[in-house]
Design a protein around this ligand. Structure first.
Ligand SMILES: [Zn+2]
Length: 71
């Protein structure tokens, strides 16, 4: 028996130090998806993004990850 994660994404807006960022959040697990990684994966695969990317359980972790894209 396999366990399969089937995310149900909803767009949410998070605020951090005056910035408003639109991200996808899984309704069941509460996972936040990095919008930059998702965009990259979507453009490479040329198909709808489902379960590949970087995911975080809290906003500070997502913000720290987003900062690494600027390096
Ligand atoms: Zn990312």
């Amino acid at each position: 028996m396999a366990i399969v994660w089937e995310p149900v994404w909803e767009v949410v807006v998070i605020e951090h130090e005056g910035m408003r960022i639109r991200v996808l959040k899984d309704r069941e697990t509460g996972l936040l998806a990095c919008p930059i990684c998702m965009h990259e994966m979507r453009s490479k695969r040329k198909s709808k993004f489902e379960d590949v990317g970087r995911f975080f359980f809290d906003v500070p972790s997502l913000i720290n990850h987003l900062a690494t894209h600027a390096l």
